[in-house]
Design a protein around this ligand. Sequence first.
Ligand SMILES: NC(=O)c1ccc[n+]([C@@H]2O[C@H](COP(=O)([O-])OP(=O)(O)OC[C@H]3O[C@@H](n4cnc5c(N)ncnc54)[C@H](O)[C@@H]3O)[C@@H](O)[C@H]2O)c1
Ligand SMILES: O=S(=O)(O)c1ccc(CO)cc1
Length: 479
Amino acid sequence: MHANLIAGTWTEGVRTYQNTNPSDTRDVIGDYAVASREQALEAVSAAHAAFPAWSLSTPQQRFDILDAVGNEIIARKAELGDLLAREEGKTLPEAIGEVGRAAAIFKFFAGEALRPGGELIPSVRPGVGIEITREPLGTIGIITPWNFPIAIPAWKIAPALAYGNCVVFKPAEVVPGSAWALADILHRAGLPAGVFNLVMGRGSDVGQVLLEDERIAGVSFTGSVGTGQRVAAACVPRGAKVQLEMGGKNPFVVLDDADLAVAVGAAVNSGFFSTGQRCTASSRVIVTEGIHDRFVAAMVEKMKTLKVDDARKAGTDIGPVVDDRQLAQDLEYIGIGQQEGAKLAYGGEALEKNADGAPGFYLRPALFTETTPGMRINREEIFGPVVSVLRAKNYEEALALANDTPFGLASGIATTSLKHATHFKRHAQAGMVMVNLPTAGVDYHVPFGGRKGSSYGPREQGRYAAEFYTTVKTAYTQA
Ligand SMILES: NC(=O)c1ccc[n+]([C@@H]2O[C@H](COP(=O)([O-])OP(=O)(O)OC[C@H]3O[C@@H](n4cnc5c(N)ncnc54)[C@H](O)[C@@H]3O)[C@@H](O)[C@H]2O)c1
Ligand SMILES: O=S(=O)(O)c1ccc(CO)cc1
């Protein structure tokens, strides 16, 4: 049994959750503790009690611990990647890549702990000096989704600790394995008891405690729009800081002058890799008239070569969908697209078994063509390997279609025109813009986040993370 970590002690829950493999549902990964609300409160108390000392820990102490965490993750990359692929269903190379990203993030923020910022500014009054410093917030509630089971926890926990905060971490229910392994590494790296706490369990009870408890100074959340709105509704009235990363309906524009191979490669990568389960995935491909038919034909040819199979098998391109609920949602939207009159140009069938006969949540990636902007498949986040193609007369119409969404996380364009690339970077209504690159595939040391309904609050990642995890103090001294 894998227990929760509360006040430095591994603590059994009130029941257990059986973690299973979406590539082979007969494969049980292990049993994981499910915490009660009372245990979540104990974790908050432990973090609150640990904060005064941890907030005064030296940059060297924080560096040593975060760097050691990064080193252990790198050393165990293959093993942790295997666990991640087994519980979430992304392919082994993708999973190992995600583990490498988590290690790099810990090492980046270890460095940040050694580079505390601050400013000395002369006052407008004679003889007065002003110091501007950043201080940690206190205890941070960290709530994460299932699609990046180690990278998203890493990119919230590492900055929280680096800037001197304590943490209560609630991972998504369906991927407790990677979260537990990360908690074990953090615990053994020498963090004082209570500085970091793991409470696995349901959002509606364990998660809710983190939203409501006055001792939680900030909540960093990644997940769906609906839950994000709940987080804001609970936290904002009580004055807690919030950082919300939510859904996307990211566009990828293909112009007549695009390099066809670049456009198809980027569209297949961002639409279908990681089974389409990335917030940065492009689910709307907007193609101008002159290249439309050639692009669609090349997409279908490429999709025919994609191998949908066990996530951990060599040669698999697309692993299973994470669970039965997500598969049902994907299939429902594929049905909706057909009812709305879109043409299912390729894929969309659930495959009950993989090539070896193992039962899993497999779905052949789906491509819709002849779609229109108002269709639900073009407006709502599906979060699966389902892409729709929209026709545009020219660049101006393509840009307008790209921006015609309530979301604004990532936006991409394939073009060889410097003029259009430059204009798109300026006018795409998104937090991240990619030119001749997939919309998914971000660096770990620069700001990450979106606009409109995709994000709320300060950016994550890189030095910009300090904006959420610290609060600014302006001190005046009369000499
Ligand atoms: N923008 C980004 O950076 C980003 C990155 C990855 C995933 N996502 C989004 O995540 C979603 C998929 O993840 P999901 O299905 O795990 O999302 P979700 O909203 O269902 O759950 C996210 C987390 O919130 C918790 N939760 C649920 N109800 C809660 C409550 N009442 N109080 C507190 N916590 C609660 C869940 O237990 C889970 O840990 C997609 O919409 C995707 O776009 C966004
Ligand atoms: O765009 S991706 O590089 O695939 C990516 C990686 C990690 C995360 C975590 O939110 C999101 C997107």
